[in-house]
Design a protein around this ligand. Sequence first.
Ligand code: URA
Length: 480
Amino acid sequence: MHWQVDHQPNDVTHALRALSAVLACGAAPQDVKWTEGEAAQGDLLDGTAAPPPPTEAVPGRALRQLPVGFMPLAETVALHAQADRYERLHELAIDLADDPRRWRDALDPRRLSLERMAREVRREIHKMHAFVRFRQLDEGNGEVHYVAWFEPVHHIVRAAAPFFARRFAAMHWAILTPALCVHWNREGLEFTPGVDRSEAPPPDAGEALWLDYYRSIFNPSRVKTAAMLREMPRRYWHNLPETQAISGLLQQAPERSARMVAQASESQRRMPIGVPRVAERAPRTPQEQLSDLGRRARHCTDCPMAAAATQTVWGEGSVGAQLMIVGEQPGDQEDLAGRPFVGPAGQLLRRALVELGWPAGQLYLTNAVKHFHFLPRGKRRLHKTPGQREAEACEQWLEAEIRLVAPQAILALGATAASSVLGRSVGVAQSLGSWWQRADGLPVWVVHHPAAVLRRAESGAPDFEAWVEAMRPALQRSMA
Ligand code: URA
């Protein structure tokens, strides 16, 4: 059975409802043709083509049963211009419906490519906010109408419009684009079909003023062409009045500045237009992927701890380190410093590693949970053991770190770390003194958490010397 879903690029609600419908009827991505245009007669959504009942062989799936992060991702990706975006979302939705644990795989190639698309959409919304330049049109009744022309690549006009409504609430304005125009009459937003560039207003007096102002603030000795290009990609230039002035300004600059700027411009000219910025290229080496992962984890909000903590505390060390040490979660000091194992428990661990003669370059230090979990008590923040929800939310990051660092062995500090690394609930007492194996074959050694040693809080927690000795087999195995 083949389905045709006609959707309008500027009506993502319709398209996401269609995605929900094809999922519910168990259609496979290759059986659904997504075409841009007016909603067709007899398509899946108008009921004239009844979807088949789900069968066991082709089970229906419900969007609402997918991990909570899927819909926000889908809503952003739906604004991307890439024609196969719904097919890709459909594929990921099916993967997730069949195995929701895949959402915890931060390196899943399908998820990665959709997240890249979502980033491109967000970036363009940001650029639209920054680069729309209104021109004044006198309406003849004493009113001024501000009109701008913008050419987005993605379908972002609806998503970007509320910003302008807030920012220019008292003005009467319109932003014209080839695909969709938005108008603000000081009361509400109205969307109308796109128009041709010829309908964009000509330069006006306001623009001359703006150019004068731009010339006056332009400082050629501080010009950073690469940063300027990064912030203002060339494809926006032809609609930005200030770009007409830039080359002239550079020429008039004192000779030395002009030479510096010209050299920089030359190197930029050699960069073909359309080549993505380095930071946006698909990461190549595991080390680059690891850094990229850390950057993404900084914005993770999969559990409520993210809102209360100061920052994500990412792992420290290099890809290929022979031993990975996994702690529970950052403490108060780690949360403030943004580095793992710098507080009292961390210092005890570092002292133990020195006593064992552990080469620092062969270590990767991280935590099962990446945010500080605490209870506020007056001015103090009391450590709170992370629950299953927090550990599960962070599992994707830890698993991706393990895969990229690819250590020879893992040393788990305490029960939370051991449970996260082994993927099931384990206690410290039952795990001490023997090697455990993860599903991927990696050997895991478990010792008490340094905080337990520090406080001798748990019954059976060893003293410092015994704890150091308990760690030794992990060193020997990872160096073997
Ligand atoms: N500091 C960390 O970074 N992790 C722990 O588990 C304890 C202290």
